[in-house]
Design a protein around this ligand. Structure first.
Ligand SMILES: Cc1cc2nc3c(=O)[nH]c(=O)nc-3n(C[C@H](O)[C@H](O)[C@H](O)COP(=O)(O)O)c2cc1C
Length: 212
């Protein structure tokens, strides 16, 4: 790992001169440290989308894939975010790891992951979560908690004893970044910000320090 870290002492440093050329490696190193400190909470990731008019919305999801292709999460394609990211396939993500005093931001194109990737993740979900996914029309109104539980029970009745296959309205999205920013808290609000930017997914990354 290239970044030298001294936790929470104010001595931690992030420099455009010492970070590696590949931002995914840097984010992966930070994520590994965040998992060690925050456990599952490290996976909480804000995803921002915008509708066709440009009106934004944001919510927390779980980071469920991080590699050289981008940042992956799973959801209902019929949810508000799913509809917005389909009609306007650009987004932004934010990861914040408070104990490490670090933030990662990225912007870019958003695409659906392959059916095989969605199926693989779906199969790892507990069966009760799979019934719930079938039952929930995510982001739509429901009259009561009782109605929601009745829908989940109906899904269980219908699907119990089957393979509980993935509904086609549920799957993964991947944000394919064209910018990635690493942010580190520093004393006196003189924070370190290093931004990676590229013109396309096969283009080289350029590295710039940004003012706090
Ligand atoms: C910690 C946390 C993790 C969440 N993870 C997910 C997730 O992985 N997928 C998801 O669809 N919703 C997740 N949610 C719920 C979303 O924040 C949101 O309520 C839901 O996806 C509906 O958003 P939308 O109406 O903007 O589409 C999570 C919420 C929290 C607080």
């Amino acid at each position: 790992m290239r970044l030298r870290t001294v936790f929470c002492t104010g001595m931690d440093e992030l420099s455009e001169r010492t970070v590696g050329a590949d931002p995914f490696e840097e984010v992966a190193a930070w994520y590994a440290e965040a998992r060690a400190v925050h456990g599952d909470d490290a996976d909480a990731m804000v995803v921002a989308s915008a509708d066709a008019t440009g009106a934004p919305s944001a919510r927390v999801v779980l980071l469920r894939g991080l590699d050289e292709r981008g940042f992956c999460f799973f959801t209902s394609y019929d949810s508000r975010k799913g509809r917005e990211l389909t009609e306007n396939p650009r987004g932004a993500i934010v990861l914040h790891w408070p104990s490490l005093r670090r933030q990662v931001r990225a912007t870019g194109a958003v695409e659906r992951v392959s059916d095989a990737e969605s199926d693989a993740y779906w199969q790892r979900r507990p069966v009760a979560s799979r019934f719930s996914a079938w039952a929930s029309r995510q982001s739509r109104p429901v009259d009561s908690r009782a109605d929601l539980e009745a829908a989940a029970a109906a899904a269980e009745d219908r699907l119990a004893g089957t393979d509980v296959e993935r509904p086609d309205f549920w799957g993964g999205f991947r944000l394919v970044p064209d910018t990635i920013e690493l942010w580190l808290h520093r004393d006196d609000r003189l924070h370190d910000r290093v931004q990676y930017q590229r013109a396309g997914r096969t283009a080289p990354w350029t590295i710039t320090r940004l003012q706090p």
